[in-house]
Ligand binder design. Structure first.
Ligand code: GLU
Length: 913
């Protein structure tokens, strides 16, 4: 046993010598840790082990010496440190509380031993390097956050002690904003009861609180803040402590309080996860965690900022030694606290380490000449129902180019105490003259202030002010420029620029909520929904068709009707000749006639058929079943045809067709009818076309961009142009509705091209937004908004002028334009009939004159005289000679034989008469 111990001792003492001889060194480094934080020693050992193998490749080695001290005991710290220094250490790590660390730093300073701190500390010392960001730098994050959130009045709640100096810096920075800031202190002397101070905050009108405190006090402070009702949806917090995310935040996760924090490392980083897993596995204290996954998670999240910084600090030292290479110079020496000895290489090591950079789990590690951390990045985090989420980053640059960049939107909150929020507030509301949202009152009495204006927007602000209890002053934007916002700089122009620059608090008019305005301003819920459409002249009535009586039936039907007529007439003619029943005795008194007569000559068949079409009778009556069948079917056919024609004719004659050159945006884009078009310059309508990927809208944008003369500076100008020129104005549907109520020549063409809403604009993250939105919803539900719309659209300022004039749907009397065609047919028909009558009359006279051998002229004159006499229904039978009878009989016989010649039968009748 003794031999073995001796051997071990020998090996232990000889090994370093062997190493030194070969240019390899073991450098002792020490850690002072407090008994309330034993895990830090684990991290220290772990970091040394990994750094030795990863960075120093185990050629040189860091050797850890750890000493546990009683929490907050400066004497214990001094004692243990002295012991360590007497054994020889190159650097001391000390994430210990303020009292012991002040003592330890004084000692290391005196002995010129490097002290590596990882705590919030504003002391700059000769040989101290701190990996924790300097409090003065954290003040700048706070300043940038307050500016970004546009906080004006707030309370700073700070923990006494090391956080006091921060307060001075904060007050100096915020003083120049000129807003009232309340400062309150909480500290450990209150024996963990902070309720009084928290209650005071609750009683004050401040709902924005900055907490600057240590990770030891924060859990209790937050717990008590919740108890006194300070962590509700109406409060907003910024917590300045890099360990905020390591606290148990679940109790506040659903409070709807807006809690912002900062952190220097991402707990989801692989290296942090590995570190967390390593310490969990190795530590017996946490062995139980392995049994339950949930517990395991809880333990894993225990990597605190101090641990992460400690880990990085060890790596940084190893990296420094790696750069130095030959560590002979940095062999630690034994130093006694009692004498004035110092370590000659301490300052050199300090300088080496200051200039070394390394990318650790807390990001880029770099120092300024004081040994303070520089060029680092902090995560801006927020507590949400889903836990802690990163919302942005803040980069520290000593040249002053530090920047705050948000990756996602910061949530605003709804202040519960509305009276408090709006009390004594007078909002400057910017608006523009745009009917009916904002108009100048029409009166002879001179008016001033808010009294000058009226309109939908003016009424809406008034209703909101009554509901929420604020005052307002209207400010008119003369150039009617509503404005747009730059996506990157978030700078806005026009009315929106007035809001962002603080010249106005709210902006109201027909102000469309668009994505390009959202980065610069916040909008309330929409108070009106609409879409883009086309304002153009009403379609004109088409001149009625001269032959409109033909319109009820298509040309095809008319042709088939004519063919049917001819076919049926022909079938009757043929069937008539075929059917024996259709052959009659012309002289019923002659029992055995020598001839038979058939009534269905081709002429008569056609006459019979047309009589049925025209709903008239003829003396011809079919007798044979076949002809009767055909006739009945024809009658039925004509019944249906005529009824359909009559019914359709009524509609055709009374309904007027309207025509417009354009019916849609496509027509405009294709320049149908030569209609020019445009929109309000710089308005959301124009921007819709500008940003559209739709082929038609793109084409329309190109047209508008190429024709600036077609763009208008206001809606009114566009409406005038649409009324007086062949011009279509692209406008929002609600404004179109307003104008077509008053300008009866105008109408909306086509459907809506998109869907959007009008909202009230205000500065980003305004605390008033939710309340104003809520009030708008209430007004909507109570029907106030729709009443206001009826008032300004249909009643006031000439509203309803066009709805009274709308043509009734009842039938109008028909004029000559409707019926001219049928008159024309009548005239032509009558004319042709008269011509036929005259020709026939002439032919009969001519034949008679020839037959009776009288002069034609004489016969014509005599007949003409009879006709011109216009009286008497009887006419003497002329040239009635007995000799004629025999000739007539012979003629009759001849004609009876040729019965197919109906013309012959007619001639016979003529003579008879
Ligand atoms: N409402 C539009 C805007 O907010 C103005 C009118 C328009 O572009 O049609 O820009």
């Amino acid at each position: 046993m003794k031999v073995r111990e001796l051997c071990l001792l020998l090996i232990c003492s000889v090994a370093p010598l062997v190493k030194v001889a070969s240019g390899q060194y073991d450098i002792n480094i020490g850690l002072l840790y407090e008994d309330n934080n034993p895990l830090i020693a684990k991290i220290f050992d772990q970091a040394i082990e990994s750094a030795n193998s990863e960075l120093l490749q185990n050629t040189n080695r860091l050797v850890g010496r750890t000493a546990e001290i009683t929490y907050g005991n400066a004497f214990d710290a001094s004692r243990k440190l002295c012991k360590m220094m007497s054994e020889g250490v190159a650097a001391i790590f000390g994430p210990i509380s303020r009292g012991p660390s002040t003592h330890a730093m004084s000692l290391t300073d005196e002995k010129e031993i490097l002290f590596i701190d990882t705590q919030w500390d504003d002391n700059v010392r000769q040989t101290t390097i701190n990996l924790h960001p300097d409090p003065k730098t954290l003040v700048l994050v706070l300043r940038d956050l307050v500016e970004a959130y546009e906080w004006e009045e707030f309370t700073i709640l700070y923990e006494s002690g090391p956080y006091l100096p921060v307060l001075d810096d904060l007050l100096i920075i915020f003083e120049k904003f000129g807003h009232p800031i309340t400062v309150r202190r909480y500290d450990l002397n209150l024996s963990g009861n902070y309720r009084n101070v928290l209650r005071k905050i609750r009683q004050s009108p401040d709902y924005r609180i900055i907490i600057v405190g240590s990770v030891e006090t924060l859990p209790e402070l937050l717990k008590q803040a919740q108890q006194v009702g300070l962590i509700t949806h109406q409060y907003q917090y910024i917590i300045v402590n890099l360990d905020f995310h390591t606290l148990d935040l679940e109790p506040y996760q659903y409070s709807e309080s807006n809690i912002t924090g900062i952190r220097i490392f991402n707990p989801e980083d692989v290296r942090v996860q590995q570190l967390s897993a390593q310490i969990t596995e190795e530590d017996d204290v946490f062995a139980y965690a392995e049994e339950e996954d949930t517990e395991m998670e809880a333990v894993k999240s225990q990597v605190t900022t101090a641990m992460a910084l400690m880990y990085d600090a060890v790596y940084l030292l190893a990296e420094t030694f790696r750069h130095v290479g030959n560590l002979e110079l940095f062999q630690p020496e034994s130093l006694a606290c009692e004498d004035s000895s110092t370590w000659a290489s301490g300052l050199t090591l300090f300088n080496y380490m200051k200039t070394t950079t390394y990318r650790g789990i807390t990001g880029e590690i770099k120092f300024d000449h004081h040994g303070l951390r520089t060029d680092f990045t902090l995560d801006i985090i927020e507590l949400t129902t889903a836990g802690v989420v990163k919302t942005g980053t803040w980069n520290w640059n000593p040249n002053g180019n530090n920047s705050l960049h948000f990756e996602r939107e910061h949530h605003t909150f709804i202040p519960e105490n509305v009276d408090l929020l709006f009390a004594n507030k007078t909002f400057v509301v910017v608006t523009a003259i745009s009917a009916p949202y904002g108009m100048l009152k029409e009166t002879d009495v001179p008016l001033s202030g808010n009294d000058q204006y009226e309109g939908f927007g003016i009424d809406l602000i008034h209703e909101l002010s009554v509901m929420l209890g604020f005052n307002y002053t209207f400010k008119m934007r003369e150039d009617k420029n509503y404005g747009t916002c730059d996506n990157i700089t978030k700078m806005c122009t026009g009315m929106l620029g007035d809001v962002t620059a603080g010249r106005a608090d709210l902006a109201i008019t027909d102000l469309t909520m668009t994505s390009d305005r959202e980065p610069g301003v916040d909008f309330t819920m929409p108070f009106m929904n609409l879409g883009i459409s086309i304002l153009y002249r009403k379609p004109t009535k088409e001149a009625p068709d001269f032959f409109s009586f033909m319109s009820p039936l298509s040309t095809e039907v008319w042709i088939y009707l004519g063919l049917a007529y001819l076919t049926v007439s022909l079938s009757l003619f043929i069937l008539g000749r075929l059917s024996p029943a259709e052959w009659d005795n012309p002289y019923p008194c002659v029992e055995e006639p020598t001839v038979l007569e058939n009534q269905f000559s081709l002429n008569n068949a056609m006459w019979f058929t047309i009589g049925a079409v025209l709903q008239q009778g003829s003396e011809i009556a079919p007798k044979a079943p076949s002809t009767r069948t055909v006739a009945s079917i024809w009658w039925f056919f004509t019944l249906i045809m005529v009824s359909s024609y009559t019914a359709n004719l009524a509609a055709f004659l009374t309904i007027e067709s309207l025509s417009s050159p354009i019916n849609s945006a496509e027509d405009l884009a294709n320049n149908v009818g030569g209609v020019t078009y445009g929109a309000k310059s710089g308005g959301s309508t124009f921007n819709f076309f500008k940003g559209s990927q739709h082929e038609v809208y793109k084409k329309m944008y190109e047209y508008m961009a190429a024709h600036p003369g077609m763009m208008t500076s206001s809606n009114e100008e566009g409406v005038d142009k649409a009324e007086n020129e062949n011009y279509a104005f692209l406008m929002e549907s609600t404004s179109i509705e307003y104008n077509v109520e008053r300008k009866c020549k105008l109408t909306q063409i086509g459907n809506l091209l998109d869907e959007k809403g009008y909202g009230i604009a205000m500065r980003k993250n305004s605390p008033y937004r939710n309340e104003l939105s809520q009030a708008i919803l209430n007004l909507q539900e109570q029907g106030v908004l729709s009443k206001m719309k009826t008032k300004w659209w249909k009643e006031k300022r000439g509203g309803g002028a066009c709805s009274q004039k709308t043509e009734s749907d009842s039938a109008e009397e028909l004029g000559m334009p409707n019926l001219g065609g049928i008159y024309c047919v009548l005239i032509v028909g009558s004319f042709l009939g008269s011509i036929y009558g005259i020709v026939e009359w002439f032919c009969v006279i001519y034949r008679r004159a020839r037959r009776f051998r009288v002069p034609l002229k004489e016969e014509l004159l005599e007949e003409l005289k009879f006709v011109m006499r216009c009286s008497g229904n009887t006419k003497e039978v002329k040239h009635r000679k007995s000799s004629m009878r025999s000739s007539r009989n012979s003629s009759l016989t001849l004609e009876s034989i040729g019965t197919e010649n109906s013309e012959g039968a007619n001639l016979h009748n003529d003579d008879d008469s």
